[in-house]
Ligand binder design. Structure first.
Ligand code: TXA
Ligand code: MG
Length: 361
């Protein structure tokens, strides 16, 4: 496959063009890297059975080979080629309730899945996307598609084709534009066994919703011992280039401007707007009464904040359950896991961000 420029294919989810779907599927089968829209974020896809293509995906992202990829299937039949059966009963319940959709299951892998995908683990992460364009391309290709989010390692995930072009344009053979991702946050990743479901990454499908449809306990990864350790849990991820600091509402009562001057922007919620010093800017991430919208727009907002020319971004956590867990996870890691809970801690964190060697006034 040629490296550049990538071929751009606009495929409307409301009116799927089979010729264009065929072009994307052919590019996958020829070993190409194809950026694909999903309901969560855009993925950088390749034929999961082509180890060279899988290696090119890792290289394009700059991702360590120990951080495994999700394999995307078009339904339960293709799933059978990816995992080693029989499936735990809880996996069948979850597939029945939530596929296609933003739920990734970690299960024992079949022999068809290479170490290149799983980083040598004996499990594989698998999901069935509900985005009609992704579903059509996988079905047409007839092979499982390995795809991480189509961003450079540790950067903000893409929710539009334009973001993919910014992040990885040169590395893609084909970029499929299927419109804006309508969830905007990655899938929820769960490890499934006979006795439990462990949430390894909070995502678009809240843990409470999963528990409501599952007969075994749904546990939080942080609350379990390392037996189910998940790779890819870096403290810094989903990050803007501009230094970012996390904060809880208590960190603004009252705000403390600290010892240094710098241009600070606080990103928070219109319905819980803190009283800020006049010199600080405020940008709305949305309303706490509509977490779906906050999630949908989060990465777009982080990109805008990054480009806004401020020296430090303060990201206010929602503190909400449900989808709030995923939103707060992304905000925390965008802030390299620095979260201030008092005014003094926020002032110190802003000072530290302004003193960072990569800070550009
Ligand atoms: O919504 C999504 O999940 C998107 C779209 C494109 O499907 N994909 C995505 O992939 O977010 P990625 O590679 O950015 O994140 C995959 C996550 C990583 O945290 C990885 O460590 C974890 O899934 N993962 C993959 N295989 C695993 C395994 N066998 N065991 C535990 N965690 C695994
Ligand atoms: Mg990712």
């Amino acid at each position: 496959m040629t490296q550049d420029p990538p071929e751009l294919l606009a495929i409307s989810p409301d009116d799927i063009d089979p010729v264009l779907v065929g072009r994307a599927a052919d590019a996958l089968l020829a070993g190409g890297l194809v950026a694909i829209p999903t309901e969560t974020v855009y993925g950088l896809g390749c034929d999961a059975g082509n180890e060279d293509a899988v290696r090119r995906v890792f290289a394009a992202k700059g991702r360590p080979s120990s951080d495994p990829l999700i394999v995307h299937v078009d339904g339960p039949t293709m799933l059978g080629t990816v995992v080693a059966g029989p499936l735990p009963p809880a996996a069948l319940e979850l597939i029945d309730a939530f596929w296609p959709g933003p739920l990734t299951l970690v299960l024992p892998r079949s022999e068809a899945i290479s170490d290149a995908i799983t980083g040598g683990l004996d499990t594989v992460a698998v999901r069935c996307p509900s985005h009609p364009v992704a579903a059509a391309i996988i079905r047409q290709a007839g092979v499982p598609v390995a795809a991480p989010s189509a961003n450079r390692f540790s950067r903000i995930s893409p929710t539009s084709a334009a973001h993919v072009i910014d992040e990885l344009g040169d590395a893609c053979d084909v970029i499929v534009d299927g419109g804006r991702a309508d969830r905007g946050l990655e899938s929820t990743v769960v490890a499934v066994t006979d006795d439990s479901v462990v949430v390894l990454r909070h995502g678009s499908l809240p843990a409470e919703t999963i528990q409501a449809r599952c007969s075994v306990p749904v546990l939080d990864h942080d609350a379990t011992v390392a037996a189910n350790a998940s790779p890819g849990h870096d403290k810094r991820h989903y990050s803007p280039r501009c230094p970012a600091v996390g904060a809880t509402p208590d960190a603004f009562s009252p705000p403390d401007v600290g010892s240094r001057t710098g241009s600070v922007v606080v990103a928070g919620y219109g319905d819980r707007r803190p009283d800020l010093p006049a010199e600080w800017a405020f940008v709305e991430l949305g309303s706490l009464s509509d977490p779906d919208q906050v999630g949908r727009d989060l990465y777009e907002n982080l990109r805008r904040l990054d480009a806004s020319g401020h020296e430090v971004i303060v990201l206010e956590l929602t503190g909400l359950a449900g989808l709030g867990r995923a939103i707060d996870d992304r905000l925390t890691r965008a802030a390299s896991s620095v979260v201030a809970t008092t005014p003094a801690a926020l002032a110190a964190a802003i000072d530290a961000a302004l003193a960072r060697p990569d800070h550009q006034p």
